[in-house]
Design a protein around this ligand. Structure first.
Ligand code: NOJ
Ligand code: NOJ
Length: 420
C-alpha cells in the first residue's frame, strides 16, 4: 500500500498529488490535484514517516506547489473572489480546473496550512538532520496566505467535502479550520507575529464556540455529531475527529460524542449495505462505512478511506482511554460508559482496570474494521479503490485512490502507536 501511495505523490516532480491515476471513473477523470486530497495526503505522509529524510524531497515539492499554484495565481478563472478555495487543479502545470464543479470548497486553505505547519514543526524538531530546500520562514509565508483567508472566511458559504451540498456550517470545515487556525496562532507567535497570532486565536475560538450546535442530544441513545442541517448522518464527522483533534478534550476520539457518532453511523451502514450483513453472517468482524445517508454516487457504497477512518478513530480513542485510565482527566465516566456500550462490552464500573479493558476492546474493534476491509482488498494485491460495492464488496469507482491509502496507512500508524 505504501508503494502505491507514493506513486501518486510529487507527480513529474511538480509537487502535485494525483487524486487517483484513473481517467475514467463514474465521477469523470481523477487525474487532478484536489486541494483537500493533496493536503491530507501530505499530512499523512509526514505522519507515517519514520525518518524525515525519507520524505523531505516530497514535502519540499509540495510546499513549492502550494507557492507556485494556489498562491501565485492572481485572478480566479471561475469568478470566485479568491482562487484559494478552488477545489482542483491540472497536473502538472497547476492550471485551475475550469469545468463545472461545486465551488468554492473552503476546507482547502486550512488543510493546506495545517499540513505546512506540521512540516515546519517537524523541521524545527529535526534541526540536525538533512537539509530541506525550503526554510521554516518560507513555509510561514505560505501559511499566512491561507490562514489570513480562513480567519476571514470560515463562516462563508461553500460546498461540502463531498462536493455536493452548500452550507456555511459544516462540522468537517469547522473542526479542521479551528485546528489549522489554532496551530497557526502558535506558529505565528513563534515567528514573532503577535497580530496574526491573536487574529487566528480569536477566529479559532469563535469556531470552537459554534461546534456544540452540531451535537444532537435527543434523537439517539447517545449524543452524536451531525455534519450539517441538510446532511446529518455523515462519516465526514469521523474523518474530522481524526484530522482536527488538538489533544485538548474538544471532541476527543474518546468522547461520548465520538462514541455516539460511531454508533449512529454503524446502525446506518450495517442496515443499508448488504455486504456488511453478509460479512457478519460469514464471521468476518468489523463494518464498512460509506459517506452519508442516502449517498447515490456510483450507486452509494462503502468507502475504503472512511472505513479506515473509523479504525483510526478507534485506535486513537483507545490510546487516550488507556493513557488516562488512572488520572481520569480527559475521559469522563459518561465517556467510559458510552464507549463500553458502543464496543459491546459490559464494562463494569468506572475503575482504572475497567478503563484499560475498554481500551483493549476499542483496539479489538479497530482491528475488526481493518480485517473486514482487508478481506475485500487482499486478493487484489492491496490496491485500494475509492469504494467497495455495497453488495459484493468488490472494488469500485476510482482505482488506487490516494486518499484511501493515506487514511489506511494512518490507521495502521495509530495502531502501531498504541502497541509501541
Ligand atoms: C463528483 C464528486 O467528486 C463526488 O463527490 C460527487 O458525489 C459526484 N461528483 C456527484 O455529484
Ligand atoms: C470525490 C470525493 O467526494 C471528494 O471528497 C474528493 O476530494 C474527490 N473525489 C477526489 O478524490
Amino acid at each position: 500500500m505504501t508503494k502505491f501511495f507514493l506513486l501518486n505523490i510529487n507527480i513529474d516532480g511538480s509537487g502535485a498529488v494525483v487524486a487517483a491515476p484513473d481517467y475514467n471513473t463514474p465521477g469523470g477523470s481523477y487525474y487532478y490535484h484536489w486541494a483537500r486530497d493533496g493536503a491530507l495526503t501530505m499530512g499523512a505522509l509526514l505522519r507515517i514517516a519514520t525518518d524525515l529524510d525519507d520524505i523531505r524531497e516530497k514535502m519540499d515539492a509540495y510546499v513549492e506547489w502550494v507557492k507556485r499554484v494556489p498562491h501565485t495565481t492572481v485572478s480566479d478563472p471561475n469568478n470566485l473572489d479568491s482562487v484559494l478555495p478552488e477545489p482542483k487543479y491540472e497536473i502538472p502545470n497547476g492550471t485551475v480546473f475550469t469545468g463545472g464543479w461545486c465551488r468554492p470548497q473552503n476546507d482547502g486553505p486550512p488543510l493546506r496550512a495545517k499540513t505546512l505547519i506540521e512540516y515546519a514543526n517537524a523541521l524545527v524538531e529535526n534541526a540536525g538532520a538533512g537539509v530541506s530546500t525550503v526554510s521554516v520562514a518560507e513555509i510561514w509565508e505560505q501559511v499566512q496566505i491561507d490562514l489570513d483567508w480562513s480567519a476571514k472566511n470560515y463562516a462563508a458559504d461553500g460546498c461540502d467535502l463531498w462536493e455536493e451540498v452548500r452550507s456555511s456550517d459544516f462540522f468537517w470545515d469547522r473542526y479542521v479550520t479551528r485546528a489549522a487556525l489554532s496551530k497557526g496562532a502558535d506558529f505565528a507567535a513563534k515567528q514573532g507575529d503577535s497580530i496574526r497570532s491573536d487574529t487566528y486565536r480569536i477566529a479559532a475560538k469563535e469556531i470552537e464556540d459554534a461546534l456544540s450546535a452540531h451535537v444532537d442530544t435527543t434523537s439517539a441513545s447517545l449524543p452524536w455529531i451531525f455534519e450539517s442541517d441538510s446532511r446529518k448522518k455523515d462519516t465526514a464527522v469521523i474523518a474530522a475527529l481524526n484530522n482536527g483533534y488538538l489533544d485538548d478534550g474538544v471532541y476527543s476520539p474518546s468522547s461520548k460524542e465520538a462514541a455516539g457518532s460511531v454508533q449512529v453511523l454503524n446502525e446506518l451502514f450495517c442496515t443499508s449495505f448488504q455486504v456488511n450483513q453478509d460479512d457478519s453472517k460469514n464471521g468476518v468482524p468489523g463494518v464498512l462505512f460509506g459517506r452519508y445517508e442516502g449517498d447515490q454516487y456510483a450507486g452509494g457504497n462503502p468507502w475504503c478511506l472512511l472505513t479506515s477512518s473509523l479504525a483510526e478513530l478507534l485506535y486513537r480513542g483507545a490510546a487516550i482511554v488507556r493513557a488516562d485510565a488512572a488520572d481520569k482527566q480527559i475521559v469522563s465516566s459518561d465517556d467510559f460508559h458510552a464507549w463500553t456500550s458502543v464496543v459491546g462490552i459490559s464494562g463494569g464500573d468506572d475503575s482504572t482496570a475497567n478503563r484499560q479493558a475498554l481500551a483493549d476492546a476499542m483496539v479489538g474493534a479497530g482491528d475488526g474494521v481493518l480485517l473486514r476491509l482487508r478481506s475485500h482488498v487482499a486478493s487484489g494485491g492491496f490496491h485500494l479503490a475509492e469504494q467497495l460495492d455495497r453488495t459484493s464488496g468488490e472494488s469500485k469507482s476510482a482505482n488506487d485512490l490516494t486518499w484511501s491509502y493515506a487514511a489506511t496507512l494512518k490507521a495502521m500508524e495509530a495502531r502501531k502507536v498504541y502497541f509501541a
